[in-house]
Design a protein around this ligand. Structure first.
Ligand code: PNS
Length: 157
């Protein structure tokens, strides 16, 4: 049985993330998705809110569980017995940073990170752009799961 950990900010989760989660669920037996703190980003939604949006947006996937965690990704991976960390790659620009994190996490704990390339229909999606569009009344309904669109509307009016 192979269990993978998919960590991210998910502030909020969008359809590009859902695509990576669905792909991971088709490749591995168990996927644990964790809403975590990225210290280089100011979080907008609280971790509990992000966890809730992830839960409702992945409820169609039996092998997926959702957590929130404030700490090191390698510690969570060890706590849950993950075999691999999984990350999505949208573009070459993601690679350098993701590669460095993967090496750091491997050096610290021995765990490997597997990269899943994003499909072209999702590769432009980013939570920060979705928040901007939602804040200024843009239509993001095709870019996020319906419960997330509703939550964004509640947040920004
Ligand atoms: O969706 P993001 O913002 O690209 O996700 C980044 C995240 C949350 C996975 C990364 O910042 C992270 O792993 N945070 C937890 C703290 C940690 O382990 N930092 C060391 C990374 S080498």
């Amino acid at each position: 049985m192979t269990r993978v950990l998919y960590p991210g900010s998910f502030d909020p989760v969008h359809n590009g993330h859902i695509e990576i989660i669905e792909t991971a669920a088709s490749l591995f037996d168990e996927v644990v998705v964790a809403a975590m703190v990225n210290t280089s980003k100011d979080g907008v939604f609280g971790l509990d809110d992000r966890e809730e949006m992830l839960k409702v947006s992945t409820s169609h996937l039996e092998s997926v569980t959702v957590k929130m965690f404030s700490g090191l990704v390698v510690d969570l991976a060890s706590d849950i017995g993950a075999d691999f960390i999984v990350k999505g790659l949208r573009a070459v620009s993601d690679f350098e940073f993701e590669f460095q994190m993967a090496q750091m996490n491997n050096a610290a704990s021995g765990i490997y990170t597997l990269f899943i390339p994003s499909a072209s229909k999702s590769s432009f999606l980013a939570s920060k752009f979705i928040r901007d569009f939602a804040r200024y009344g843009g239509d993001i309904s095709a870019m996020v799961p319906a419960p997330v669109a509703a939550r964004l509307k509640e947040q920004y009016g």
